[in-house]
Design a binder for this molecule. Structure first.
Ligand SMILES: Nc1ncnc2c1ncn2[C@@H]1O[C@H](COP(=O)(O)OP(=O)(O)OP(=O)(O)O)[C@@H](O)[C@H]1O
Length: 489
């Protein structure tokens, strides 16, 4: 009863309602006078303030590019994940169209000024709101080349801000969600990258898209040899548990050796494409110390092919006890490649390939190439360090049909000249590159004409070899006479 008595009258209530709705309408129309971009700005700043300045209720994770000396996979995942969020339309992005890539390329923009916080994007995951920032470091020019003992990269980094109450879910579920989503996005339209060290502008790995057209379909090799390589790669890729079980780093080392133009670089590309791994091409002559080499190797991502081409050209890994040509009586091969020096030592290089550092980062292929296997210090290519040595040699008879099929669309058994060419290749030393060149120029001619020209080319080569005493026939004659002489004593 007393409660009813204390209630305000209808007229008082109506008056209060009228004045409230009048105030709201006035406020609304005042706000409407403010242009939309300014309203958006004020709203985003308020959110930003609420999320970041109340340290008691906001948690912040800093996600750097490197953790210690290793790449931070979460940083890489965020770079893929964020531009693909629906709310990413609010982000500032760098857009580019480069020759090496068929689609437009997008990259996240850093803050304009050093240390500036650039809101990248807001994300909601199971009702948890998070905000990502990409921040340009104060000391971006510093890198691990200048300070090899730096504990983390000084490049740009992400900050991930969220309400502290959600800390556990962010750790246990959200970050895993970012990693998983970026992995599936990367798998979907993955274009392989070619990293080089050092780049023109930075002492760090920089990359472009891997554009080389070679693949296992285009490489002319004896079919059995090619199949063996493919089987080896398949076995490697499916052997994670096996490597863990035997306590060995999950990596495989190859040495490709043979004359120039026999397909060593092409095979590297074919392997990378087959495994869907990025290629890291390292020039040792630019490395200034063992510790720099260690950092460079540690910063390579898993699922990658590390390549050191023409390894014999580095003085540090040359076998000083041997001189080329002495071993097999053949004249040394003039490859036109000069000796290079590196500031790292043989033991530094061995550690990079096989030591403690190489064990960090799994699923990795290491490929060394050389034109002079005899010149290399045996320690570098001993079993365990280099698991498989693959000779890429002069064009073999059974490999030619592959070239003919790629360049002229003629299959084995479809043309009589193919057999004649195979016969000539039994006794002639020509590189796949030189025969490929012959075919390339005649790809618009008739098959008869193109194959006829290959026959003429091989006959010319054979005559030159006879005249100069080189080639397979001359070599086997030399070996025979050497055997005869030694049996006389
Ligand atoms: N086995 C092959 N099958 C098909 N094409 C080949 C083969 N070998 C070489 N070629 C052709 O020759 C070109 C040069 O080959 P590549 O660069 O792979 O040789 P390389 O052995 O790496 O030479 P180098 O020792 O000088 O680096 C390739 O672009 C390709 O067109």
């Amino acid at each position: 009863m007393s409660l009813l008595q204390n209630l305000p009258s209808y007229s008082t209530l109506f008056g209060a309602y009228a004045s409230l709705s009048g105030t709201v309408t006035l406020l609304q129309s005042t706000v409407n006078l403010v242009p939309q971009p300014i309203r958006n700005f004020v709203w985003s700043q308020t959110q930003k303030y609420l999320l970041t300045n109340h340290s008691s209720s906001t948690s912040t994770f800093k996600i750097r590019e490197f953790y210690g000396l290793e790449r931070n996979l979460l940083f890489d995942a965020a770079k893929v994940y964020l531009p693909n969020l629906p709310s990413a339309s609010l982000m500032k992005v760098d857009v580019a169209r480069v020759r090496s890539h068929k689609n437009l390329s997008f990259a996240l923009c850093e803050g304009e000024r050093e240390g500036e916080r650039e809101v990248v994007v807001e994300d909601t995951f199971r009702n948890i709101k998070v905000t990502w920032y990409l921040i340009r470091s104060q000391n971006q020019v510093k890198n691990f080349r200048e300070n090899p003992f730096i504990s983390s990269s000084e490049n740009s980094y992400f900050e991930l801000c969220f309400n502290s109450q959600n800390r556990d879910e962010v750790i246990s579920d959200y970050l895993q969600h970012v990693l998983n989503t970026s992995a599936s996005l990367t798998q979907k339209d993955r274009e392989l990258r070619l990293f080089t060290y050092p780049s023109k502008y930075e002492s760090n790995w920089t990359s472009t898209f891997l554009q080389h057209p070679a693949s296992f379909d285009t490489i002319a090799m004896e079919p059995d040899e090619k199949q063996k390589i493919i089987d080896d790669l398949k076995l490697f890729q499916s052997s994670k548990e096996f490597y863990q079980g035997i306590g060995k780093a999950w990596k495989r080392g190859y040495l490709f050796y043979g004359p120039p133009g026999t397909g060593k670089s092409s095979l590297i590309v074919a392997i990378a494409k087959f495994l869907k791994y990025d290629v890291y091409d390292l020039d040792l002559s630019s490395i200034r110390s063992n510790s720099e080499l260690r950092n460079v190797v540690l910063s390579i991502s898993p699922k990658s092919v590390l390549v050191i081409e023409d390894i014999d050209c580095y003085k540090e890994v040359q076998d000083r006890s041997k001189k080329i040509g002495i071993m097999n009586n053949d004249p040394p091969l003039d490859t036109g490649k000069k000796n290079k020096g590196s500031a790292c030592t043989l033991s530094g290089i061995l550690n990079a390939i096989d030591g403690l550092w190489s064990g960090c980062g799994e699923e990795r292929i290491i490929i060394l190439t050389t034109n002079h296997k005899d010149k290399i210090d045996p320690a570098l290519i001993r079993p365990g360090r280099i698991d498989k040595q693959i000779e890429l040699s002069y064009l073999k008879p059974m490999a030619f049909p592959e070239l003919a099929s790629n360049y002229l669309r003629v299959r084995d058994g479809e043309h009589p000249l193919l057999e004649e060419i195979k016969g000539l290749l039994e006794h002639t030393e020509v590189t796949p590159a030189s025969v490929a060149e012959e075919l390339l120029w005649r790809r618009r001619c008739s098959v008869d004409h193109a194959l006829g020209e290959v026959v003429n080319f091989l006959k010319r080569k054979k005559m030159e070899e006879v005249k100069e005493g080189t080639g397979t026939l001359a070599k086997s004659n030399r070996r025979k006479s050497k055997r005869r002489k030694s049996s006389q004593y």
